[in-house]
Design a protein around this ligand. Structure first.
Ligand code: ADP
Length: 473
C-alpha cells in the first residue's frame, strides 16, 4: 500500500517517501509521503479555511457525518486491522479489537456533539443576565504514536470534529498507512475537505511549523514524555491549549486478600497486549509477601503458554516490538536487572526469527533501584517485588514522576479503597486490568500528562468557554 498526503480533501504526493517496514519480517509493506514545512502549512491553511463552515453546521449534521465514518470503519475493519498488523506488528485479533475500540470513539462523540451545553447563571443585578457558551477552540494539531495507530487518532479527532474544530494530524511515521486508510474512509463518508488533514514526514519540522503557527489553537499529543515536554515549551510562544497523554509506569498491587485467579487473568491482557508497548501496561508488580510464591507460580504458568510470532499467524499472542531501538531498550532493562541481582522466573529464550521479537519474561528478586522499576520498559518484562504494609505499598507505588494508570487487586473493600484513594494516578483499575473505554476519562497526573480523553471530559478539551454578560438596561 502506498499513500499520499491528505490535504484539503485531496491526495497530495511528495517527492521524498518513507518506506514502511513490517517489524515481524523487516520487509517493506508500503510507503508513505515524507513532507516538511511547506505541506504542514498547506494543511493548516486548509483546516483554517474549512473551520467557519464546519463549526456553523448543527451538531446533528456533524454527528451524521461522523456516524457515516464510523460505519465505513466497521465495514472495512478487516482491511484496517490487516494494515495495522503489517506495519505495527500486533496480532491480528488485537488489531481488530483496536479498530472496534477506535470506532467506539466516533459513536460516542457523534452523540456527545449534541450535548455541548452552555449555562445561564443567576446575576447579581436585576437587569443583567449571565450566559455561558461553549465554542470550538479552532484548528487542532493532533500528533499521535505508533502503539495504537487507529485509536489514538479517533480518540482525538472524534471529539475535535464533533465539537466543531478542524484538524491537522501527524501520525507516527512507523504506522502512517492505518492513518491514511482512516482518512480515506472519512473522505468517503463525506466529511468536508479541510476538516481533517493528514501529514507525515519530518516530525520535528512539521511539529515546529504547527507549534509556531498562530492559526493552530490547540495541540493534542500522545507519545513520550520527552516530546510532550518539548511541545509544551513550543506551545508557550503562542499560548496554545494543550492536552498531553504521555508515558506511564503502572504499579500492579496485589494485596493479601486478592482473588489470585482473577489477578493473574486480568494481568495477562494489559501486560502483554501490544507486546507490552502501551502506556498503561503494568510495569511493576507489588505482591503482598504472604502470597508471593503462589502468585509467581500461577503467573509463570500462564506466561509460559504465550506464543510469540508474526501477528498474522493464528494463535500468536505477542507480536514483535516496533523497532530495533525498542528491542535494545528492553534488553538493556533486563540486563541491568540481572546485573543487580534479579532472577529469571521464566526462561529467557531469544527468538531466532528475523524481526523485532522479545520473549515474555518474569523477574523476581527485584529491587526498586533497577531501571525496569523506574523507567518505562515498553516490552514484555514483568518485575515482581514484595511488600508488607498498605502504607508502604502506596508510598512505593507513588515514588515515580509518572501518574497514568495503577492497578489494585483486593477483596477487602476498606483496603481497596484506601489504596485507590492514595494512589497519585489518573486511572485506577480496581480488580480490573482493562479500564480504558470510550466513555471514561483517560489521562495522567504528574509527568504523565495534562487533560483527559474519553467521556464528556474528552470533548471539553476542544471547547472554549465564552461568557456573555447581557445588560438589559
Ligand atoms: P514514542 O517514543 O512512543 O515513539 P514519540 O514521542 O517519539 O513516542 O512519538 C509520538 C509522536 O510524536 C509521533 O507521531 C512522532 O513522530 C512525534 N514526534 C517525535 N518527535 C517530535 C518532535 N520533535 N516534534 C513533534 N512531533 C514529534
Amino acid at each position: 500500500m502506498d499513500a499520499n498526503l491528505y490535504i484539503n480533501g485531496e491526495w497530495v504526493p511528495t517527492e521524498k517517501r518513507i518506506t514502511v517496514e513490517n517489524p515481524a519480517t523487516l520487509e517493506a509493506v508500503g510507503s508513505a509521503p515524507y513532507a516538511g514545512k511547506e505541506e504542514a502549512l498547506l494543511a493548516v491553511a486548509a483546516a483554517e479555511a474549512a473551520l467557519p463552515a464546519w463549526r456553523s453546521k448543527t451538531a446533528n449534521e456533524r454527528a451524521a457525518l461522523i456516524l457515516k465514518w464510523h460505519q465505513l470503519i466497521i465495514e472495512n475493519k478487516e482491511t484496517i486491522a490487516r494494515i495495522m498488523t503489517l506495519e505495527q506488528g500486533k496480532p491480528l485479533q488485537e488489531a481488530l479489537g483496536e479498530v472496534m475500540y477506535a470506532a467506539s470513539f466516533l459513536t460516542w462523540y457523534a452523540e456527545e456533539a449534541k450535548r455541548v451545553y452552555g449555562q445561564t447563571v443567576p446575576a447579581s443585578a436585576p437587569n443583567k443576565r449571565i450566559l455561558v457558551l461553549k465554542q470550538p477552540v479552532g484548528v487542532v494539531a493532533a500528533i499521535t504514536p505508533w502503539n495504537f495507530p487507529a485509536a489514538m487518532i479517533t480518540r482525538k479527532v472524534g471529539p475535535a470534529i464533533a465539537a466543531g474544530c478542524t484538524v491537522v494530524i501527524k501520525p507516527s511515521e512507523y504506522t502512517p498507512l492505518t492513518a491514511y486508510k482512516l482518512a480515506e474512509l472519512a473522505h468517503e463518508a463525506g466529511i468536508p475537505a479541510g476538516v481533517l488533514n493528514v501529514v507525515t514526514g519530518n516530525e520535528k519540522e512539521i511539529g515546529e511549523t504547527w507549534m509556531a503557527d498562530e492559526r493552530v489553537r490547540k495541540v493534542s499529543f500522545t507519545g513520550s514524555t520527552r516530546v510532550g515536554k518539548l511541545l509544551m515549551r513550543q506551545a508557550a510562544d503562542t499560548v496554545k491549549n494543550i492536552s498531553l497523554e504521555l508515558g506511564g509506569h503502572a504499579p500492579y498491587i496485589i494485596t493479601k486478600s486478592a482473588n489470585l485467579d482473577l489477578t493473574v487473568k486480568e494481568f495477562i491482557a494489559p501486560k502483554f497486549r501490544n507486546a507490552g508497548q502501551t502506556c498503561i501496561c503494568p510495569n511493576r508488580v507489588y505482591v503482598h509477601e504472604s502470597i508471593r510464591d503462589r502468585f509467581v507460580q500461577q503467573l509463570t504458568d500462564e506466561v509460559r503458554k504465550l506464543k510469540v510470532g508474526n501477528g498474522l499467524e493464528e494463535g500468536v499472542n505477542i507480536g514483535p516490538l516496533i523497532n530495533k531501538a525498542a528491542v535494545e531498550k528492553v534488553q538493556n532493562h533486563l540486563q541491568d536487572a540481572l546485573d543487580k541481582g534479579a532472577k529469571l522466573a521464566t526462561p529467557y529464550e531469544p527468538i531466532s526469527a528475523k524481526g523485532y521479537f522479545v520473549p515474555p519474561v518474569v523477574l523476581t528478586d527485584v529491587s526498586d533501584d533497577m531501571l525496569c522499576m523506574r523507567e518505562e520498559t515498553f516490552g514484555p518484562v514483568v518485575p515482581v517485588v514484595t511488600y508488607r504494609t498498605t502504607e508502604e505499598v502506596i508510598e512505593r507505588a507513588n515514588k515515580t514522576r509518572y501518574g497514568l494508570a495503577a492497578y489494585v487487586f483486593s477483596q477487602d473493600i476498606q483496603e481497596a479503597f484506601v489504596i485507590s484513594e492514595g494512589l497519585e494516578y489518573g486511572i485506577v483499575g480496581l480488580n480490573d486490568g482493562l479500564p480504558a473505554t470510550a466513555q471514561a476519562p483517560f489521562g495522567g497526573m504528574k509527568e504523565s500528562g495534562i487533560g483527559r480523553e474519553g467521556g464528556h471530559w474528552g470533548i471539553e478539551e476542544f471547547l472554549e468557554v465564552k461568557y456573555i454578560s447581557l445588560n438589559l438596561g
